[in-house]
Design a protein around this ligand. Structure first.
Ligand SMILES: NC(=O)c1ccc[n+]([C@@H]2O[C@H](COP(=O)([O-])OP(=O)(O)OC[C@H]3O[C@@H](n4cnc5c(N)ncnc54)[C@H](OP(=O)(O)O)[C@@H]3O)[C@@H](O)[C@H]2O)c1
Length: 269
């Protein structure tokens, strides 16, 4: 059985340059690995230079492409602007920006401090805008650019203990649609991916620790968590010519989780 990334042609992204926030770990490291495996040069960005250095070295060794890591906090518009400028300086252009940097934790709304709420909005939502705004000038020169925003499905319903992340990701989806409308004429497509629960990620370690995994799996029609490669494959599709007419769209990759009504204990076959 081929893996999710095996269907793509070798070197499908040759000559491409991508910058991926949050690309040192988890899902966005998987997107960085997939893009580099298919021939792209990649800059991964997050706050911790040591994590980025290790990831960049490993990804370069695995793929033979140039992968660099530049530390920047997406909450700081000047820092992310510098990171994007350094990427363009190094590679000569920027084709794709993936906004994946995010923070999250479980907290009842009544106990969540205003600062906790603000921090998640600052990283997920403001960070997405800051990086997109800083990348605009470079992306608009390329003639075939993509901004890919990683959101979630939390805000499709009310999700307990997630008012901060739900509000932030709802905002991210709004940014996706608005920038798609404003920047289409600059040949910049703006899309999103809304992952469901993805195995072996920091997100799921924090939000669905061991004992909750079985309960959550029971509510997923695919009867399992997704994989990092399944999200990376969606990111490759959205970057590919196959998606040239797709913009303003958020692709849900969640095994059917968000369309399933809780079965109220009924069993069916
Ligand atoms: N895991 C899931 O099942 C799931 C489900 C739905 C949506 N998602 C979304 O998918 C993305 C990746 O999630 P993940 O679970 O793979 O999480 P993760 O490994 O914790 O990735 C988050 C990344 O964001 C970076 N980051 C955090 N704050 C930052 C800041 N202020 N500036 C720059 N970088 C920052 C972190 O690196 P530093 O600490 O070095 O800054 C880290 O690399 C997120 O957008 C998440 O909301 C995940």
């Amino acid at each position: 059985m081929p893996g999710p990334l095996d269907v793509f042609r070798d070197n499908a992204l040759a000559g491409h340059v991508a910058l991926i926030t949050g690309g040192g770990t988890g899902i966005c490291r998987g997107i960085a690995a997939a893009y580099a495996r298919l021939g792209a040069d990649v800059c991964i960005v997050s706050r911790k230079q040591d994590v980025l250095d290790i990831a960049a070295k490993e990804l370069s060794a695995q793929t033979g492409r140039t992968v660099i890591g530049i530390a920047a906090d997406v909450r700081d518009p000047e820092a992310i602007t510098r990171a994007i400028a350094a990427t363009v300086e190094r590679f000569g252009k920027l084709d794709t920006l993936v906004n994946g940097a995010a923070g999250n934790f479980l907290a009842p709304a009544a106990a969540l401090s205003p600062n906790g709420f603000k921090t998640v909005i600052d990283i997920d939502l403001n960070g997405t805008f800051n990086a997109s705004r800083a990348a605009f000038e470079h992306l608009s020169k390329t003639g075939d650019s993509l901004i890919l925003n990683i959101s979630a499905t939390l805000h499709y319903h009310g999700t307990p203990l997630q008012v901060h992340a739900s509000a932030a990701k709802a905002g991210v989806d709004a940014v996706t649609k608005n920038l798609a409308v404003e920047w289409g004429r600059f040949k910049i497509r703006v899309c999103g991916i809304a992952p469901g629960p993805i195995a072996e990620t920091e997100g799921m370690k924090r939000l669905a620790p061991g004992e909750l995994t079985d309960k959550m799996t029971a509510g997923i029609p695919a009867a399992r968590f997704g994989t990092i490669d399944e999200i990376a494959a969606a990111a490759v599709y959205l970057r590919s010519p196959a998606a040239a007419y797709v913009t303003g769209h958020v692709l849900v990759v969640d095994g059917g989780h968000c369309v399933a009504t809780p079965a109220l204990g009924m069993s069916f076959s």
